[in-house]
Design a protein around this ligand. Sequence first.
Ligand code: GLA
Ligand code: GLA
Length: 654
Amino acid sequence: MITLGCDYNPEQWPAEVWAEDVALMRSAGIGLVAINVFGWSEIEPRPGEYDFKNLDAIVELLHENGIRVNLGTATASPPPWLAARHPELLPMAADGTRRYPGGRQAWCPSSPVFRAYAGKLVEQVAERYGNHPAVALWHVSNELGCHNALCYCDESAAAFRRWLQARYHTIENLNTSWGTSFWSQRYGDWAEILPPRAALSLRNPAQLLDFRRFSSDELLGWYHAEAAILRQHSTLPITTNFMVTAHIRDLDYWRWAPAMDVIANDHYLDHRLGDPAAELSFAADLTRGLAAGRPWILMEQSTGAVSWQPHNLAKRPGEMLRNTLTHVARGADTICFFQWRASAQGSEKFHSALLPHAGTGTEQWTEVLDLSRALDRLAEVAGSAVEADAAVLFSWESWWAAEQEGRPSTAVDYLGQVHAAYGGLRDLGVTADVVSPDGDLDRYRFVVVPCLYLVSDEQAARIGTFVERGGTVLVTFFSGIADQDDRVRLGGYPGAFRELLGVNAEEFFPLLPETTVTLDDGGTGTLWTERLRATTAEVRASYRDGPLPGVPAITVNRHGRGSAWYIATNLDKTALQRVMSEAAGVAPGHPRDLETVRRYKSGKSYLFLLNHGGTEIEYPATGTDLISGERADGRVRVRPGGVRVLEEERGKRP
Ligand code: GLA
Ligand code: GLA
């Protein structure tokens, strides 16, 4: 079964509405409802005074109607009385100014005061509902670190020092790792160390990097603290909703994932990006990577517009179904929406919901019912797994380090480079896993390493071994430059991969934005070039013009039993596609706009075909469309904007 669910905020509505809500939830086939996510000021209206009357009623109502509860611990947003009593728990920005209540998440992740009050609340909630038969899942806090990930207050400074002491043991080790001989930054005592508060000049990059590591760990520590309380009262699975999305980068979810009983993600289309649907696919594959291939929960998405982008685009007919099936195709077995009923008040009143302001007599509601029916028909897909033989390496640490102050070009953005590489594979019809550089590469044939600026010795060695054993790797520029302390690897770039790639670059030659160089194979490059020499590699293309005419831009090196490609510039889409197709050994010609993914289960395969374009597409396939019931014999047609999920008759991987 694919479960359909949503966030529900009944505290925003009079009690008369609740019964109608739950009746409508039933007609829409809602099976899982997240409540009490922002409930703190309702259930603890005054310090230590708890009032569970309404929450009890909601839990009972859902239970009577056979709807399972995804129960929030309510700690995401403290009530006004807490900050009024304890202003010291308000988070501090890098410039030393406080952030005030009035929005949400106004708490310092290291604040012992916050942790004490929130811990007591979790205790209350866990004790009261830990054994309630309606509760299926614990929802810790909400999007931890969405707004308050980086706090620079004195309490955070103290916690940062403790974290550093555990990491470095001696102040000398810290001085070495941080390179504090530069600009007279040598520390004599732990007490001298501060969070990287706003400074007059560029700040110490190793300090900035460690502060990010610390900040991610600090919130993870708080997750562990909440989970420990829940475990004393309940054996139910515990999770929190990740934000694997384009504009949040503060949490290193590779470190978080093992702490979750089940992986859950929130995803919203981001119309500030060139190709929001491709980013959705990437985020879903990365979420599957975090889930180590097991089914995961889409904890939030929207039926239409959000209310926090500059231009909040609604979804066109069919788009919500396509988005949803992208998540399902890439491993989600539970699909939830934010939120059930569109708010009439508050800063998200223009955010779409399952039940819109205009009510049930709407196209939107009809599409929700259609979606629910479609998911019903996909019941047997649940529990199946995606099997990929290609992978894209992704690292939050490397993201942080690659985008530090004082880098060669601010026009190079890590995620943009990852998306380009991932998009190249997706356009070829190749399904890739997104894996950590610490992950296991043995099961793959082809691995892409985009812009992996920071890489440890072990990670570099693992990539090398993968190639030696016969794998193919494709590395793109600004990879392998620094070690885990953000210390440059000397002797020529890319230090960690020189041998593997059979190249040596002595100098970066980034390009001004809007500048293009041409390559002698007809391709073009932007953003980046480098004075590169092939040592053992074969040169596949060189620059024809720009600052480095005649210098190699694309190379391939035999290494052990495998091969290692290098792309030293930001290739245009067609050129990238060409290299990718040759390197991956996949013929070009996958239909444009057609997203294809397979999930496999006990000798069966389910082929997802999603047409993102405006014209009908024909694709070779045989099987039965689980949604429409139609049979396809050899060829299947996918209408513009349409979807197909074929249960294929061939019971094995094609
Ligand atoms: C996040 C939050 C929700 C809500 C939505 C709006 O995912 O968890 O509370 O704010 O965004 O898009
Ligand atoms: C961030 C999150 C979204 C949503 C908005 C609301 O951008 O990624 O999910 O919560 O904040 O402010």
